[in-house]
Write a protein that binds this ligand. Structure first.
Ligand SMILES: C[S@@+](CC[C@H](N)C(=O)[O-])C[C@H]1O[C@@H](n2cnc3c(N)ncnc32)[C@H](O)[C@@H]1O
Length: 263
C-alpha cells in the first residue's frame, strides 16, 4: 500500500489499472488534438516520484512514453508536459527518473517539473495568462492526490471552462466514514465548492453516501466548469470496497468516446 511519508511506495493493482486507462486515453487524445492545435499541454498536478518501490513507472513517465513512442509522434505539434509535486524529495526523484528514462527527447516534446503545490501554482499560471489576454492551450489535466485536500473545485471549474480542456480526477470517497472535524469540513467545502456535501450526515448507508457524493461532485463539475460529459469509473479494492473513482470531465463528445474506450 501507499504510505504518505516515504519518497516511493509500493505499486497497487488499482494504480496499475489507473495507469492503463491514462495510457489508453492519451494514445487517442494526442493524435486527435494534434491534428488541429499548435500546442497541447499535459498537466499532472500531483505527479509523485515517477517510480514505485518495486521499479514500476509512475504516471509522469507513462504519459511521456505514450507521446514519445506513439506511431504518429513525428506529426504531433508541440506537447508540453507539466509535472507538479509538492514533496521536495519526490520532486527530486522525479527529475532524476525523467533524466534516466528520457536522456534525449524529440524536439516536439518538452517537460518541466515544479517542486510546488498544485492549486496556487496552477492558479498563478492562469492569472498570468489572463493578464496577458492569452488563452490556455488545450490541456488534459490528471489530478491524482492521495486524499482530497488541495484540489479546489473552483480551480478545476476554471480550467474546464478553457477551450478544449479536460480533467481526469481521482475522487476519494473513503472520507464518508470519517468527516467530522473542522479541518476536513474546510477541505470538503473547497473540494465541492459548496457545503451541500453536509447532507450526507442524514444518509445512514455508506454506499448511498458514496453515491450521493459522487453525484454532487459530478454535478459541480458541470455547474462550475460547464462540463457536458462526465464518465466515472470506480476502482474496487480487495474487500469489495470502492477505493476511489476516476472522474473524467469534458465538453467534447470525441473525448467522451475516447474515455469510454479507455475505461
Ligand atoms: C497518489 S500520488 C501521485 C501518484 C502519481 N500520479 C502516479 O500515478 O504515479 C500523490 C502525490 O501528490 C503529492 N501531493 C500531495 N499534495 C499535493 C499538492 N497540494 N500539490 C502537489 N502535489 C501534492 C504527494 O506528495 C504525492 O506524491
Amino acid at each position: 500500500m501507499s504510505d504518505n511519508n516515504s519518497t516511493t511506495w509500493d505499486m497497487t493493482p488499482h494504480t496499475k489499472a489507473k495507469h492503463e486507462i491514462l495510457k489508453r486515453y492519451l494514445s487517442a487524445w494526442f493524435p486527435i488534438l494534434s491534428k488541429w492545435e499548435m500546442r497541447l499541454i499535459y498537466l499532472d498536478g500531483f505527479a509523485g516520484p515517477g517510480i514505485y518501490r518495486g521499479g514500476e513507472l509512475g504516471s509522469p513517465v507513462i504519459a511521456l512514453q505514450t507521446a514519445v513512442n506513439h506511431v504518429l509522434r513525428p506529426r504531433f505539434k508541440e506537447i508540453t508536459f507539466l509535472f507538479i509535486e509538492k514533496d521536495k524529495a519526490r520532486a527530486q526523484k522525479l527529475i532524476q527518473v525523467l533524466k534516466d528514462q528520457f536522456p534525449k527527447l524529440p524536439p516536439n516534446i518538452k517537460y518541466s517539473v515544479y517542486d510546488a503545490e498544485f492549486a496556487p501554482t496552477f492558479e498563478q499560471g492562469l492569472n498570468e495568462l489572463e493578464k496577458q489576454g492569452a488563452n490556455l492551450a488545450p490541456t488534459f489535466a490528471f489530478l491524482d492526490p492521495f486524499g482530497f485536500s488541495g484540489l479546489p473545485m473552483k480551480l478545476i471549474g476554471r480550467l474546464l471552462k478553457c477551450d478544449k480542456c479536460e480533467v481526469l480526477v481521482t475522487f476519494m470517497t473513503g472520507f464518508v466514514r470519517r468527516f467530522n472535524d473542522e479541518l476536513r469540513e474546510n477541505a470538503l467545502n473547497e473540494l465541492f465548492a459548496t457545503d451541500e456535501w453536509e447532507k450526507i450526515r442524514e444518509i445512514g448507508d455508506p454506499d448511498a453516501r458514496e453515491k450521493f457524493l459522487l453525484q454532487l461532485y459530478e454535478s459541480q463539475l458541470k455547474k462550475l466548469g460547464g462540463a457536458k460529459y462526465i464518465r466515472s469509473f470506480g476502482l474496487i479494492g480487495q474487500c469489495n470496497q470502492t477505493i476511489y473513482y476516476l472522474v473524467f470531465a469534458t465538453k467534447h463528445l470525441k473525448g467522451l468516446d475516447a474515455m469510454k474506450n479507455a475505461m
